[in-house]
Design a protein around this ligand. Structure first.
Ligand SMILES: Nc1ncnc2c1ncn2[C@@H]1O[C@H](COP(=O)(O)OP(=O)(O)O)[C@@H](O)[C@H]1O
Ligand SMILES: O=C(O)C1=C[C@@H](OP(=O)(O)O)[C@@H](O)[C@H](O)C1
Ligand SMILES: [Mg+2]
Length: 170
């Protein structure tokens, strides 16, 4: 949460001329309510069931940039679908940077109770190995802006032959 998946993913899609999809936005549209409302109605496990269905459907699309929710890696079937059907970029951020970025955020239900920084450290401990297992590339966030990170991801994917060369100078 707060790594920049939604922000960087949208910019990357614009630059690469691809459609951008965010699994949380798709879920909100289909369910007709916010992620926070789904968590309070169904609990985290209920949300994860819906999320797994969305990941299965969305990873079957061709030619899209897909941003997932940060907890999508918790389910093995999601990790497998993402890794096998797509090229996965892990936008790594330190828990302290995430806490700073999200200090005023009220839309992420898992961070609304207790000490946000401690919670982000705990999520990082559990999830960092899962992100590394799922990803084909790791990009360090931190100092670069979202726009620069989108350039960095695009360049990485062009070098890997996943995206056609944009011919940008440099
Ligand atoms: N590299 C970055 N540097 C500074 N702020 C960032 C960066 N990436 C994202 N943000 C900010 O952090 C917040 C969360 O970003 P978002 O794209 O929603 O993350 P995610 O989808 O991974 O949870 C937004 O306010 C966004 O502008
Ligand atoms: O990390 C998580 O468990 C979650 C991340 C959120 O998405 P972002 O990673 O886009 O914030 C959203 O799916 C939900 O609040 C749960
Ligand atoms: Mg997001």
């Amino acid at each position: 949460m707060g790594a920049g998946k939604t922000t960087v993913g949208r910019t990357l899609a614009q630059r690469a001329g691809l459609r951008f999809i965010d699994s949380d936005h798709e879920i909100e549209r289909e369910q007709g309510c916010t992620i926070a409302a789904l968590f309070s109605r169904l609990g985290e496990a209920g949300f994860r069931d819906i999320e797994a269905g969305a990941i299965d459907a969305l990873t079957q699309r061709e030619g899209v940039v897909l941003a997932t929710g940060g907890g999508a890696v918790l389910r093995p079937e999601n990790r497998k679908a993402l890794h096998e059907r797509g090229t996965v970029v892990y936008l790594r951020a330190s828990p302290d940077d995430l806490a700073h970025r999200l200090r005023h955020d009220r839309s992420r239900p898992l961070l609304q109770q207790g000490d946000m920084r401690a919670k982000l450290h705990e999520l990082y401990r559990v999830r960092d190995p899962l992100y590394r297992e799922t990803a084909h590339f790791v990009i360090e966030t931190g100092r670069p802006s979202p726009a620069l990170l989108a350039n960095m991801v695009q360049m990485q994917l062009e070098l890997a032959g996943v995206l056609p060369s944009s011919g940008a100078p440099g």
